[in-house]
Design a protein around this ligand. Structure first.
Ligand code: PXG
Length: 309
């Protein structure tokens, strides 16, 4: 019989069929917890230091104390990949408030539940063309930064899910979400960029976005390539008159937007700058210095220093 995948669960490795959490876990009862979606490419975990830092920031912002150091968390992720012999993978790291009673009070939860799932996943990046998707603009507004802010990568994804349901019903691949002011925020689970006359813009954090790790790496990539890039308020008008629109995220990687609400973006295919960023990004994820080696002898340390640079 084929061996089951192994899941990290509260300090142990357990078979997938036995990796279960309590029905009293507040992650399930209230969406009370935080998570990360991470990718490994060719034996290296892309921007792992950034993901672990973001997880700890998310946890801090919801007053959730992690019982392990960032270094221990990093090692748990790498060990999960090694136990499952993975090189190209999607990693889901989840920390919930833990088990409590049937009341929302998080102070009654004794210890967080921590699990790490790693599954094989091949990249859609490569020498080919980026995927092109059709979007709508959702009527569901992104939560404000003084509400359930998406700056926290929390387990509460209802805001994105309602928008995705609307996109599904419209037969679209995904949607653009606006913030409470009416400015462009992000897509349901990825960040958005627009291109106008060779200049790139992306909504800034005031628009209630998740501070995407792909987004910040793409901003830096543009700067390195000498492309003008701005983080600013983007209006629906900017969006509908853009020459190019593209989405970025850990799962999405880099995808071109062909139309929004039936209106073509450019000629409806992937534009030249989107293609260039896609190609550069495809090469970048393969560079060891962009991540942390899974099977290297010095896991973490050296790569950490270079990722900081
Ligand atoms: N915005 C939101 C709201 C997200 O959930 C991103 C932007 C992109 O961030 P990164 O750091 O990945 O570049 C995300 C990504 C999925 C999936 O299945 C993706 C995310 C969360 C849950 C599922 O595609 N987060």
């Amino acid at each position: 019989m084929e061996k089951e995948p192994l899941i990290y669960l509260d300090g142990s490795f357990v078979e997938k069929s036995k990796a279960v959490v309590s029905v009293f876990d507040h992650g399930l009862l209230y969406g009370d917890g935080v998570f990360e979606g991470i990718r490994a490419y060719s034996g290296s975990v892309f921007r792992l230091v950034d993901h672990v830092d973001r997880l700890y920031d998310s946890a801090r912002s919801i007053h959730l104390q992690l019982p392990m150091s960032k270094e221990q968390m990093t090692q748990a992720i790498l060990e999960t990949l090694r136990r499952n012999r993975l090189k190209d993978a999607y990693i889901r790291l989840v920390v919930t408030r833990g088990t409590g009673d049937l009341g929302v009070d998080p102070s009654l939860c004794k210890a967080p539940t921590i699990f790490i799932i790693a599954e094989p996943m091949a990249s859609t990046l490569g020498p080919r063309e980026p995927k092109v998707v059709r979007l709508i603009t959702s009527s569901v507004r992104r939560d404000a930064v003084d509400a359930t802010s998406h700056e926290i990568k929390s387990l509460n994804y209802m805001n994105s899910i309602l928008a995705k349901i609307e996109a599904n019903a419209a037969g679209a691949d995904d949607c653009i979400m606006l913030d409470h002011r009416g400015f462009v925020s992000e897509a349901s689970v990825s960040n958005v960029f627009i291109v106008k006359k060779g200049k790139v813009s992306t909504p800034s954090s005031g628009a209630g976005i998740l501070h995407g790790i792909t987004r910040s790496r793409v901003v830096r990539l543009c700067l390195d390539l000498g492309i003008d890039v701005q983080e600013r308020d983007v209006t629906p008008f900017d969006l509908s008159t853009a020459d190019e629109v593209f989405l970025v995220g850990t799962k999405a990687e880099v995808v071109a937007v062909g139309s929004i609400g039936g209106l073509k973006v450019g000629d409806g295919g992937a534009g030249p700058l989107t293609r260039r960023i896609y190609q550069e990004f495809s090469r970048m994820v393969q560079r060891p210095e962009e991540g942390t080696p899974i099977y290297g002898s010095d896991n973490g340390q050296r790569v950490k220093a270079s990722q900081k640079a």
